[in-house]
Design a protein around this ligand. Structure first.
Ligand code: SF4
Length: 284
């Protein structure tokens, strides 16, 4: 079960995304998947390249659209474990609508966001996760918009699995991805993944100083939504670990008639070549 391939990532040396790639590869192996059982779908951004760096099915989609594709893959083939991935600009700006609706749909997809509070691929602009006062080429006098509180937003939208991690905590991150894969429903894992080239504020040292591990908060209960929300607000969202999980809510798949039968992707369409070509043409 080797989820490594021979493609060399072209991320900058020190980019947090390397650890996320390693964590996905380890988690997939630890939960007993084979490469042909995993599909990794990504959007656009530095982190979007990750689908090409893992030995599995991969789909590098368009900006902000990793979730619609990932959900389609899961609906067409229930036998695949589906991971959607991308950056904070991808998932919390252009793709935010998809994120909210996938959350409330509780579809069985694990969404891993590499959150670096900046647009890296386009050489450093302010993102929806940048703090007030953050200076970049797009906000040279400092951002006047407040940062989107994504974990609180996910809880409000009805998420059944919400977790956050830091890319250097490889062991914890791997464990959270394993838990997300095993969760029957939508799992959102936001990973602080520093952009060493363009974000000179939210650095590795900054996160080490500012993050609190939920495991260090005495009596923290990841099954209590009210306390999860309260803890997030008290720490300005800067916590790591399993924030909230509800194992009792049915997933989208549980409620779709006939979903548990033969996957659509394996169905015998009983079409001859002419009929098949006509069908494909309808979608072109
Ligand atoms: Fe990573 Fe930033 Fe380099 Fe992109 S620009 S690869 S996010 S360090």
């Amino acid at each position: 079960k080797d989820f490594r391939n021979n493609v060399k990532p072209n991320w900058c040396p020190g980019c947090g995304d390397f650890s996320v790639q390693a964590a996905i590869q380890r988690a997939a192996a630890n939960v007993g998947l084979e490469p042909e059982n995993l599909a990794v779908v990504s959007g656009i951004g530095c982190s979007g390249r990750i689908s090409g760096y893992i030995n599995s099915y991969g789909f590098h989609g368009i900006h902000g659209r990793s979730l619609p594709i990932a959900q389609g893959v899961k609906m067409a083939n229930k036998d695949l474990t589906v991971i959607a991935s991308g950056g904070d600009g991808d998932g919390f700006a252009i793709g935010l609508g998809h994120t909210i609706h996938a959350i409330r749909r509780n579809i069985d997809v694990t969404y891993i966001v590499m959150d670096n509070q900046i647009y890296g691929l386009t050489k450093g602009q302010t993102s929806p996760r940048s703090e007030v006062g953050f200076k970049t080429k797009s906000t040279p006098q400092g951002s006047i918009e407040s940062s989107l509180s994504v974990m609180e937003m996910a809880l409000t939208a009805g998420a059944t699995f919400v977790a956050q991690s830091f890319s250097t905590d490889l062991k914890d991150l791997t464990s959270l991805i394993e838990q997300g894969i095993n969760h029957k429903g939508f799992s959102l894992i936001n990973v602080f993944s520093p952009c060493v080239t363009y974000n000179k504020v939210n650095t590795y040292d900054w996160f080490k100083e500012n993050l609190t591990k939920l495991a260090d908060i005495e009596g923290y209960d990841a099954h209590n939504k009210v306390s999860a929300m309260q803890t997030l607000m008290e720490h300005n969202g800067l916590v790591t670990g399993l924030i909230y999980q509800n194992k009792d809510q049915q997933s989208y798949q549980d409620l779709v008639p006939n979903y548990s039968e033969e996957p659509l992707a394996k169905a015998d369409l009983q079409l001859d070549e002419e009929q098949f070509n006509a069908l494909v043409k309808e979608f072109m």
